[in-house]
Design a protein around this ligand. Sequence first.
Ligand code: ADP
Ligand code: MG
Length: 703
Amino acid sequence: MNLSSPIHPDSVPSFASLPISRLQGVGPSLRERLAKRNLHSLFDLLLHLPLRYQDRTRILPLADLRPSMEAQVVGEIYEARIARGARPSLQVWLGDGTGMLLLRLFHFGRNQLALLRPGRRLRCFGEVRLGPRSLEMIHPEYRLLKTGQTPPVESSLSPVYPSISGISQTAWRNLVAQALRLLDAYPLEEALPPSVVAEFQLPSLAAALRFVHHPPPDSPLELLSERRTPAHRRLILEELVAHQLSLQRMRQRRRTAPAPALRHDGKLAAKLLGHLPFPLTAAQKRVVAEIAEDLAQPVPMLRLLQGDVGSGKTVVAALAALQAVDAGYQVAILAPTELLSEQHYRTLQQWLQPLGVRCLWLTGRHRGRDRRAKLAAIASGEIPLIIGTHALFQREVAFANLGLVIVDEQHRFGVHQRLQLREKGRKSGQVPHQLIMTATPIPRSLAMTSYGDLDLSILDELPPGRKPVKTVAVPDARREEVIQRVRNACLQGRQAYWVCTLVEESEVLQAQAAEECAQNLRESLPDLRIGLVHGRMPPAERAPLMAAFGSGELDLLVATTVIEVGLDVPNASLMIVENPERLGLAQLHQLRGRIGRGTQEGHCVLLYRSPLSELSRMRIELLRQTTDGFLLAEKDLQLRGPGEVLGTRQAGAVQFRIADPVAQAPLLPQARKIAEILLHQREDAVSPLIRRWFRDREHLAGV
Ligand code: ADP
Ligand code: MG
C-alpha cells in the first residue's frame, strides 16, 4: 500500500488493529501475561523485537569453530562416557572429518547414554568454549539424525527474544510466525511519504517487520543485533515520527483551552528593575520579553526556561510573576525542596515587598492555625504570590484566581504533578500559564523528544564578572591537606561548603553521614564556626543556620546534596565534594554552581575515594575541563542515559518501543520534518499512526 491509497476501508481491518487473541494458542492467561507487558495487538507483538539472532541456516565444519561463537554443527559420535569427579558429566566426542568437539552434559539420564552411541550422527547448536583439552559445548541443543538423513537447516536466522516469564523462545517464534502470516493477509498502512522512503532507501513497513523477525541467511548478524539495518531504521524513524506527531497533538490540544491574557502597564516591573543592584543581562532581557509576550495572549503558555546555574533565572521568574500580579492574578512558584522554596521566598520578599506585593510561603511543615490562615489568604486572593513545595498540590489548597504557575527545577517533578497544579488553576474554563525553569541543561536531542511540545527560552549568558570555578580532583589519602586548605581559606574570611554524598536515597542515612562528617570536621577545625544542614532538619532549625551562613556568621557549611539546587551565598568560594564518583555530572555541576557566585574565584575540590573506575575518572576529568553545563549534560546523557539526566519520572513519560532518542538523535530532525509533512498533507493518517505506536499516550494529551 502506498500513501495515496485510502486509510483502511471499514470492511478490511488494518493489521495494526488485530488483537493478539487472533493467534492460535493465545488463551486468557497468555493474553493477560502479554497485556502486562503492554502487548495488546499483533502490531505490538511484532514490535517486541529480537535481542539477537542465531544462525541455524548453516552447518559449520568443526575446524571452523572458534571460542565464544554460537554455531550449528553435525558430526559422528566417536565416544560417549560418564566422567566421574566432583561433578559427574556425560562426555560425548564428536567428529566430522575436519576436527573434533567435546559435548558436556551435566544433567543426563541413563537413556541418553544409551541413545548417544558411537557411530550415530548428531546435529548440535550451542556456544563454543575453550575447554581444558579442546573446544567444547556445554549442554548444546542436539538432535539425533537418522542414517543417511540430510540434516535440516533453517531458512532464516533464528530470532532470540527478550524473555517474558512463562513464554518460551519456541512459543514466541511460533506466535511471531503466525502474526507474520496474518501480515500477508491484512493491510498495514504506510505512513512515511514515498519521497522519504526513497531517500533513505527504506523497506516498506511490512517488509521491515518481516525482515527483523526472519532475516534471510546472509544478513549481517552484527548490524542486526545492533539494530542498524535499513529495516530497523525504518521502524525507528516511524516511531520517532509518531512521537513527534503525538507531541504536536498535545500542543494543539493544550492551546484550545483559554488562558487569562495577562496585560499590564509594566509599572511594577519597572519599579523592580529600578531597585535591583544590577542591570539585566542581554539574555535575561530577551527571555523576559519572550515570556511577557506569551503571557499577554489568551492562550496558555507552556515555556521551558533553561539556564545554567547562576545565569539568573530567579529575577526572570520575578518579572513574569509581576506581570500576572499587575494584571490582577495570583502566581504560584513551586520549588522541589523546602530549602529552595524558602530561599525563593526570602529573595522575592526582599525584592517585592518594597513594591507592595505580598508573598506567602507554604510547605508541608506549616501546620495548625498558621496553615489555616495561609490557606484562607490563598483562597481569598488576598495574597497574590504563593511560594511553596509539593504542599501546594494538596487538596485543601484552593486559589482565588491563579494566572501563572512557575516551576523551578522542573526535572524534580513529574509531569502529572505539574498537571495537577494547572488543574487547580482552572476556573470557568480558563487554565493558568506555565513557566518551567531548569538549571540542568537538557541536551537538544532530549529536549526535542521529551519536551517537544514546549516552547524553549534559553539563558545562554552568565552575569558579568563571574570567573569559572576551578575544579581539582584529590584522592581521599590527602584528606588532611584538604582540611587545612579549608582552614586557611576560612581564616582569610572566605566561606566554604563541605558536601557529603551517599548513594542511598534514604534521608536518614544521609543525615547520619553528614552528622558524622560534621563532627569529625569540628574536631579537626576547632577554630572554625561550622554549621550542618541536611534534609531531615525541620526548617525552623535550618533557617537560622542558613541565615547565619548567608550573613557570614558561619565559616563552613557541612551539607548533604540538599544544597544542590539554587542555594545562593555569593561569599562562599570553596567547595569540597566527598565521593564525587557517586554523583552524575549534571548534579556535580549543579553543586559546584553554588560557588564562584561572587567576585572571588571559586574552587571545587573533588575528594574521591581511590581507586576510581574508568567511568568515574572520565567524568571527573570532564568536570575539570569544562564549566559548560550544556556540554556536561550532553556527556552525562551519553554516559548514563536519559533516565538519569531527566530524572526517572520524566524519562518514564516517554517510553519508546524501539527508538533510542540518544543514539538516534541524528534522525530527529528528519522525523520532525516528516511529521510536519504528514500534518499538512495526510491529516487522516496522523491519528492511526499515533495510536498504533503509542496507544497509552492519550492521557498525556493535556500537558
Ligand atoms: P539561577 O539561574 O541559578 O537560579 P539565580 O537567579 O540564583 O541563578 O542568580 C544567581 C545570582 O546572580 C544571584 O545572586 C542573583 O542575584 C545574581 N544575578 C542575577 N542576574 C544578575 C545580573 N544580571 N547581574 C548580576 N547579578 C545577577
Ligand atoms: Mg535557581
